[in-house]
Design a binder for this molecule. Structure first.
Ligand code: DX5
Ligand code: ZN
Length: 218
């Protein structure tokens, strides 16, 4: 099992100063930054695009850009995000497109790839892709907005995917995203998660260094 990894979500950062928000993450010694990309179609909200990632790279950021595409047609955008500096690109299982080909395309662009499932989507939907991915992202809220409440009913799904990983001797990261705080991160960890997206709980924390320190003890 991978060591626990905290991936603050830039969506909860300061949108007038995203460079400063990313820098704060890096200055705390964290390696990953979760970048939420929304198209106003697959999810009812808009966020930012590849030019934002490229601009963050130009500030000198060395963070691992964990890029979560909440898009109806992700295959149209993976190349732009790879060129912009994404390190991992995760795509949802729910829309209809060629998932296997898009995952292969992400890898051919030199990025890691991930598959994502919404709370209403069963684990079985992503099972055929488990040996093809570097990361599985289990949404613990309906995607579209930060600041929602964690859905505990997703824990059995995590445990199921974690047991497949163990049985098949696979090595993908198992990530959770949505309403994550220190308390429920511990529950997710117990169900097999190793990678934890934190938007509101991280950026609104009064003491981010203390949050990171407490997190490392998970
Ligand atoms: C939800 C996004 C999440 C979100 C997490 O659509 O995928 O990454 O920013 O934010 P919090 O931690 O506030 O739920
Ligand atoms: Zn996300």
């Amino acid at each position: 099992m991978h060591a626990p990894l905290l991936a603050p979500s830039l969506l909860a950062g300061d949108h007038a100063h995203l460079g400063a928000s990313a820098r704060a993450v890096e200055n705390l010694g964290l390696a990953w930054l979760h970048c939420d990309i929304m198209d106003g179609h697959f999810v009812p909200n808009l966020s930012f695009g590849p030019e934002t990632l490229a601009a963050l790279r130009r500030t000198g950021s060395k963070l691992f850009f964990d890029t979560h595409l909440m898009l109806s047609e992700p295959q149209r955008y993976v190349e732009a995000f790879a060129k912009a500096g994404a390190n991992n690109i995760s795509i949802h299982i729910e829309p209809a497109y060629d998932h296997a080909a898009t995952l292969a395309q992400i890898k051919s662009l030199g990025c890691q790839c991930g598959i994502v499932l919404n709370p209403g989507t069963p684990a079985s939907a992503i099972e055929p892709f488990l040996d093809q991915v570097d990361l599985v992202l289990v949404m613990t809220v309906q995607p579209g907005f930060g600041g929602q409440s964690f859905r505990r009913d997703q824990l059995p799904k995590l445990a199921q995917i974690s047991s497949w990983r163990r049985e098949r001797k696979l090595n993908f990261r198992l990530e959770v995203d949505g309403g994550i705080d220190l308390a429920n991160a511990a529950e997710c960890r117990a169900s097999g998660a190793d990678t934890f997206v934190a938007g509101t709980s991280f950026f609104k924390s009064a003491d981010q260094a203390a949050f990171v320190a407490a997190f490392a003890k998970l």
